[in-house]
Design a protein around this ligand. Structure first.
Ligand code: PMP
Ligand code: GLN
Length: 391
């Protein structure tokens, strides 16, 4: 993958991680803007959020919720989250297990900062969300990447077992999965449990798309697994469930002792999270228990997949959750994926994400990722533009 890692001289600033200086999401969104392209790259909705949420935000500010919130989160929001977790998982949850965070990436970073000592190993399953590797490395950990199986993106349990060592401190799981749209079953969680039972290995479970899941497939949280719950940090982001990625409000669910350790770090990083946004989300959750984000996004996935049938792409795996659909472009071009994504942005006017960005060593499988969390007219326009250039 193309990076600009040499832009800051090493003698001026040591590099703390091996990630790109600018994430692929910024690179492609900027290129989209520059080229006037339809932006199906970075994962964010282009449709409006629920009007009640906007009113709640104004109301919270008007009521004077404008000063620091308590460090672990607004109590009203923590209680709503506890009720939500219990409904979702059938497992009790108390506020000492919930810490509100400024988004999920922060939650992942802070969970790693909480547990890692220099030299600890962390297993990630590739393709993996791009913040994991820098967050591990900045906190002194060593990344141990394990590839998901080509085509199905299912975990290869033997490969994972082979990479577990006495230095393994944590495994990062992501379900529903960005970028592939795969979803873990209870059998997957049980397999993982069998591999780590009796060992002091933490699970960081990135479940930001728990409420963006399709075809009636249930979301299985790490919190539902009795054996794993004691060793987990489960990570969530309201940005996905409420379509407001820019609010950057999320939370981390962990047993009380781990939450206490997490807060030891959190109180010296962000300390607390945007008070009126917490108030707005709490008020929204109090009134509306059923979230329709899965339904809205499933319709968009179906609409987009139908449109894609007119294009010379193949779909390796139909997304079962998340904002994203992968497509194989090998029938169209021999270019490496990053070059192809840039070519498609410039030449067809449609921006996507190359999947090599989700690998430490840039494995190129001629795959790009489309974000379908968009208005139908945006998706139609993108496909029309690609038809005009590719057919
Ligand atoms: N994890 C995954 C898998 C994601 O796709 C994202 C981005 N939406 C995040 C974490 C980060 O979420 P947030 O914007 O809440 O930091
Ligand atoms: N999670 C978003 C994606 O996968 C990107 C968020 C970001 O730009 N950091 O597209």
């Amino acid at each position: 993958m193309e990076t600009n890692n040499t832009s800051i001289p090493a003698e001026r600033l040591p590099r703390k991680h091996s990630g790109a200086d600018m994430t692929i999401f910024s690179v492609m969104s900027m290129l989209a803007q520059e080229c006037g392209a339809v932006n199906l790259s970075q994962g964010f909705p282009d449709y409006p959020i629920d009007a009640r949420l906007m009113e709640n935000l104004f109301e919270a500010a008007r009521k004077g919720m404008n000063q620091y919130a308590p460090m672990a989160g607004l109590p009203a929001l923590q209680l709503e989250i506890c009720a939500h977790v219990t409904r979702q998982t059938g497992v009790a949850c108390t506020p000492d297990q919930v810490t509100v965070t400024p988004g999920a990436s922060y939650g992942i970073y802070t969970a790693l900062a909480t547990i890692l000592q220099a030299g600890d190993e962390v297993i990630i399953l590739e393709p993996a969300y791009d913040s994991y590797i820098p967050a591990i490395e900045v906190n002194g950990g060593t990344v141990v990447p394990v590839a998901l199986q080509p085509g199905t993106f299912a975990p290869d349990w033997q490969l994972i077992a082979d990479r577990i060592s006495p230095k393994t401190k944590a495994i990062i799981v992501n379900t529903p999965h960005n970028p592939t749209g795969t979803v873990w079953s209870t059998a997957d969680w049980e397999q993982l449990y069998q591999l780590i039972a009796g060992k002091q290995i933490y699970i960081i479970s990135d479940e930001v798309y728990e409420q963006v899941i399709f075809d009636g497939v249930p979301h299985h949280s790490v919190w539902s697994h009795e054996g794993l719950r004691e060793h987990c940090f489960a990570i969530y982001s309201f940005g996905k469930a409420l379509h407001n990625t820019g609010w950057k409000v999320g939370y981390v669910l962990a047993p009380a002792d781990l939450s206490k350790a997490f807060r030891r770090i959190h109180q010296y990083l962000a300390f607390s999270v945007n008070t009126p946004a917490q108030g707005a989300v709490a008020a929204f959750m109090a009134k509306q228990q059923v979230n329709d984000s899965s339904l809205i996004l499933e319709q968009k996935r179906n609409y987009f997949i139908e449109l894609l049938k007119d294009l010379p792409f193949t779909i390796p795996y139909i997304s079962k959750g998340s904002y994203f659909q992968l497509a194989d472009y090998s029938a169209v071009s021999d270019l490496p994926d990053t070059e192809f994504a840039k070519w498609l942005t410039r030449e067809a006017g449609v921006a996507t994400i190359p999947i090599s960005a989700f690998y430490r060593k840039g494995s190129d499988q001629r795959l790009i990722r489309f974000c379908f969390a968009k208005k139908e007219e945006t998706l139609t326009e993108a496909v029309n533009r690609m038809k005009a250039r590719l057919l």
